[in-house]
Structure formats: structure tokens, C-alpha cells
Design a protein around this ligand. Structure first.
Ligand code: FAD
Length: 341
């Protein structure tokens, strides 16, 4: 058969990293990214991009840990290379603080991040309302630069990118042999997934270059994540709320919560407000599906529903999606061989 044609729908961190893994793993394939929006207009652009995993209740922990480890190892290598700054990847150290000792003192990812340890009494003095804490070093993606860097790498290896809204995956039948669905919250409408719902997040991006360490309240709601140019202050988790308009009351609340953790933020400047919808599900939908219309088949691989942790696991899930695309290509080759016999 001719070189298989693969369409990846979606150009957030999941679509771009999946397209890259497919193109790297199967260089003879022709890969195209189709998306109604590209950076800077995706949910992935709004994210803080910290590598601290979110837990998916419906996915086995060893699988989530594997995805995180693969992502961490991949980005750690980038952070140690000359392209780190262009790719927006850097190491950041800091603290996760708790008002009382958590049930689980050692999260599943504690041996993947670097130097995970309980905070010392001296460190805890910085947080008088908190009684327990964990110190570690992790990675952070500055999201828009990272997405642009992924796009640049895709173009360099010949991947096509087109702006296109896909109303039905069947539109792509005939044009492509395999369709990879990386549409994030868009999958709610595109494939009618009722298990997928938005968790609205509002964040502030501020200029506060003196803030060098991350601070995260253990409940995950209040956080201060310094990036290369801006500090992300968060946040909110509003289940089933679809509005993308910033809420001024929420902006003030986030700012006050972050200032209570790091009072010097009162001097922060150039406050920008961003809103994104986390594509949430009990588990990431990472699976093959064969759609049928009578005798006609469409091979699909789904990779969406990464909720609050898409950056933390994107490389791991992209590799798995590429493996599933490999299974589709093998099935296509077998069926074209059978047709010839
Ligand atoms: P998206 O970025 O939404 O991309 C989906 C793409 O599909 C878009 O390009 C869209 O235009 C396209 N699309 C959708 N429907 C169609 C269609 N019908 N036709 C064509 N194209 C379509 N994660 C972390 O790991 N660490 C963090 O610190 C972190 N912080 C966050 C903070 C906030 C406030 C928010 C909102 C999220 C945060 N996340 C974080 C989560 C992370 O942002 C998401 O898990 C991730 O961005 C999901 O990526 P995605 O590519 O699936 O979705």
C-alpha cells in the first residue's frame, strides 16, 4: 500500500506532541495536523504547565506513573540542552504546603521529580498557617513557547498543518487512513462523549521576576508557579462551567490567596487574566476505535480527556497513541495484502 496518511485533529499540547511522536516513529507516514485553533488560542496556552501530576481515578496508578516518568525524562533532557530556552522548558524548585499532614505523605510521583523530601522547620517558618510541607524540584513548560517550538519541529520534519474545524470524523474518510482525535474539550461535541466535562480554570499571569520558587497549597487550588518571563497565579476548579469570560471577583480572590502565601506578590505588575476549560474525565480516553458505516470502516485513535494534568503526562500518552496508530497501520497493511490475494 502507499504511505499511510494520518490526520491528527487538535493542536493543543496533546495534538502536537502526538503528531510529533507519530511522525518520529513512522517516518514513512504522511502526517497532517488539522485544528480550528492553534497557539495562542488553545486551552494548553492558558495552563501553568507545571509537571505535578493530577490523579485520574479511572486509570491504574502504574500507568499514570509511566506516562509521567516518560514525560519528565523527555523534558528533563530538553531542559539540559541548548534549546531549553526556546522550548520554554526549565527546572523549578519549591514547596507544596499543607495545613495538616496529608493521608498520603509520599505521592506516587515522588521518586520521579528530583530531590523530594519533607520540608524542614526552617522552611516551614515561611508559611505560618501551614504545618507540613514537601520540597522538590520539577519541570515547567512555558506553554505558548513550548507549543510554538513543537509546531516548528513538526514543520521541520514535513508535517502539514491546516486550520480546519472538523464537524464529524467521517469527513476525513477517503482523505486519510487513520484519524487521531486530540480535540480536548472539543470531543464533547465532536464524538458526543458525555463522560467528558469542563473544569473551568481562571489564572493570572503577572510580572514578578523576584519570585523564583513555586508554592502550591496542598489542596491544589492556590498556586504560584514562576515561569521564564511571567508568574502564573491560580486558581479555580469549577466543574461543568463553560464560560470563558474572566470573572473580576475571582481575579481578586486568586490574587488575595496568592498574596497570603507570598506577600511580596502585592508588588506584582502587568496582571493578565486567562481562562481555560480542562477537558476532564475519570480517565484519559486513549484507545483505538473502528467506526463503521455498513461495510465502510474508519480507523480512529482517541487521545483526549487529560483534565488538569495534560502537560504532566503529554509525552507518555503521545507515545501510547503512536503505538496504537502503529496497530492501525499494521491492520491496514494486512487488509490490503488480503485484498491482493
Ligand atoms: P487543548 O489545548 O484544548 O487542544 C485541543 C485542540 O483541539 C485545540 O487546538 C482545538 O482548537 C482543537 N479542536 C477541538 N475541537 C475541534 C474540532 N471539532 N475540529 C478541529 N479542531 C478542534 N496541566 C498540567 O499538566 N500542569 C499544569 O500546571 C496545568 N495548569 C492548568 C491551568 C489551567 C488554568 C488550565 C485550564 C489547565 C491546566 N492544565 C495543566 C491542564 C492542561 O492545560 C490540559 O490538560 C491540556 O492543555 C489539554 O490539552 P489538549 O491538547 O487535550 O487540549
Amino acid at each position: 500500500m502507499a504511505a499511510p496518511k494520518v490526520a491528527v485533529v487538535g493542536a493543543g499540547v496533546i495534538g502536537l506532541s502526538t503528531a510529533l511522536c507519530i511522525a518520529e516513529t513512522f517516518p514513512s507516514c504522511s502526517v497532517t495536523v488539522l485544528s480550528d485553533q492553534f497557539s495562542p488560542n488553545t486551552t494548553s496556552d492558558v495552563a501553568a504547565g507545571m509537571l505535578i501530576p493530577h490523579t485520574y481515578p479511572g486509570t491504574p496508578i502504574h500507568v499514570q506513573k509511566q506516562w509521567f516518568k516518560e514525560t519528565f525524562t523527555h523534558l528533563f533532557a530538553i531542559s539540559n540542552s541548548a534549546v531549553a530556552s526556546e522550548a520554554g522548558i526549565h527546572l523549578v524548585s519549591g514547596w507544596q504546603v499543607f495545613k495538616s499532614t496529608p493521608k498520603e505523605e509520599l505521592p506516587f510521583w515522588s521518586d520521579v521529580v528530583l530531590g523530594f523530601r519533607p520540608m524542614s522547620e526552617a522552611e516551614l517558618q515561611k508559611f505560618p498557617k501551614h504545618r507540613f510541607g514537601q520540597a522538590f524540584t520539577t519541570l515547567k513548560c512555558d506553554c505558548p513557547p513550548y507549543l510554538l517550538w513543537l509546531e516548528k519541529r513538526l514543520k521541520a520534519i514535513g508535517v502539514q498543518m491546516h486550520t480546519r474545524k472538523v464537524a464529524d470524523l467521517w469527513e476525513l474518510h477517503g482523505e486519510y487512513n487513520v484519524v487521531v482525535n486530540c480535540t480536548g474539550i472539543g470531543a464533547h461535541q465532536l464524538v458526543g462523549d458525555e463522560k467528558l466535562f469542563p473544569i473551568r480554570g481562571q489564572v493570572l499571569k503577572v510580572h514578578a521576576p523576584w519570585v523564583k520558587n513555586f508554592i502550591r497549597d496542598g489542596d491544589g487550588l492556590t498556586y504560584i508557579y514562576p515561569g521564564i518571563h511571567r508568574v502564573t497565579l491560580g486558581g479555580t476548579r469549577e466543574k461543568e462551567r463553560w464560560s470563558l469570560s474572566p470573572d473580576p471577583g475571582t481575579t481578586k480572590d486568586i490574587f488575595d490567596r496568592c498574596c497570603s502565601l507570598e506577600p511580596s506578590l502585592r508588588e506584582a505588575q502587568e496582571i493578565q487574566v486567562k481562562v481555560g476549560l480542562r477537558p476532564s474525565r475519570q480517565c484519559v480516553r486513549l484507545q483505538r476505535e473502528v467506526l463503521s458505516q455498513g461495510e465502510v470502516k474508519l480507523l480512529v485513535v482517541h487521545n483526549y480527556g487529560h483534565g488538569a494534568g495534560g502537560f504532566s503526562v503529554h509525552r507518555g500518552t503521545a507515545k501510547e497513541a503512536a503505538r496504537l496508530v502503529g496497530e492501525c497501520i499494521a491492520a491496514l497493511k494486512n487488509s490490503s495484502l488480503r485484498a491482493k490475494l
